[in-house]
Design a protein around this ligand. Sequence first.
Ligand code: HEC
Ligand code: HEC
Ligand code: HEC
Ligand code: HEC
Length: 181
Amino acid sequence: MSTRNRNRLVVAGFAALALFAGGAAFAYSRYKAFMAPVPVTQPLPFNHKHHMDEKLGLTCDACHKGVNEGPHAGIPSVNTCIKLCHTDPQGTNPEEAKIREYAAKGEAIPWQQANRLPGHVYFSHVGHVKFGKMECKECHGDMKERTEPVLLSTTHRLDMDTCMECHKEKGVSNDCLQCHK
Ligand code: HEC
Ligand code: HEC
Ligand code: HEC
Ligand code: HEC
């Protein structure tokens, strides 16, 4: 059975359990207890604060183009870094030269995606950012002030309860199958 089908089965199973008083809520709280966030490692010391300096005039979506277009925000490719600025050396950090080394080798910078929902959860940036008119910091905290790369999901607080709380507040559907596809 594919992972996707298995995940669907898990969710359907829990949905069935929900028919019994608090069954799903209990199973869910047990499951969360095992789900402590695991930190990733990043290849370069990326600093959001430097890049959000007003003189550069960059907006979040200059690098995370997908936020206005589809489900994934995306992490900029090495070619985007080169095109935007890094053809020539920038700043004082010696690690910066590695951007051109990756580009010369034709390799991607091996960023690790820290914010990642399980595969059976459907989430879309365009839905929240463009149609829902929400700011990035409502979910990711103030990235403008961040000086270190992201190692831990800033959305670990964004668990099912948090998604549902906001949906309830804003009158958006909390049907299981809206988020679990
Ligand atoms: C409603 C909450 C919410 C808002 C608002 C939001 N995000 Fe996210 N973001 C998430 C979640 C949840 C994930 C994990 C998505 C996944 O695993 O598919 C994520 C993942 C990401 C990632 C990882 C890479 C990727 O392709 O998804 C980046 C980068 C990102 N968000 C940037 C942004 C930016 C920039 C904005 C504002 C323009 C923004 N986000 C607004 C919740 C949000
Ligand atoms: C702070 C508020 C908030 C949070 C947190 C939030 N949402 Fe939403 N969500 C909204 C709003 C508002 C809409 C309706 C957007 C529109 O006008 O289409 C929405 C719509 C949706 C939709 C249907 C539209 C679409 O994008 O396809 C899905 C699915 C969804 N949210 C999933 C999630 C998931 C999964 C999470 C948690 C990881 C989450 N949301 C967290 C406010 C929120
Ligand atoms: C100059 C390009 C650039 C700009 C501008 C930029 N980012 Fe990023 N962003 C990156 C890169 C590169 C990474 C991967 C390294 C890291 O984690 O810091 C990243 C990572 C992230 C992540 C974590 C992705 C994940 O899950 O691993 C979030 C969230 C994010 N950015 C949000 C924002 C927000 C919000 C803004 C605007 C305030 C913004 N970014 C502006 C380049 C940029
Ligand atoms: C607004 C979005 C949203 C809705 C609505 C929603 N969920 Fe979730 N669900 C999530 C997110 C995000 C996660 C993953 C993060 C977490 O574990 O909290 C999750 C995780 C789960 C898990 C853990 C599964 C696993 O093994 O990874 C189960 C079970 C589950 N949901 C069942 C349900 C049921 C049953 C309903 C309907 C009563 C429901 N969900 C409605 C967003 C949602």
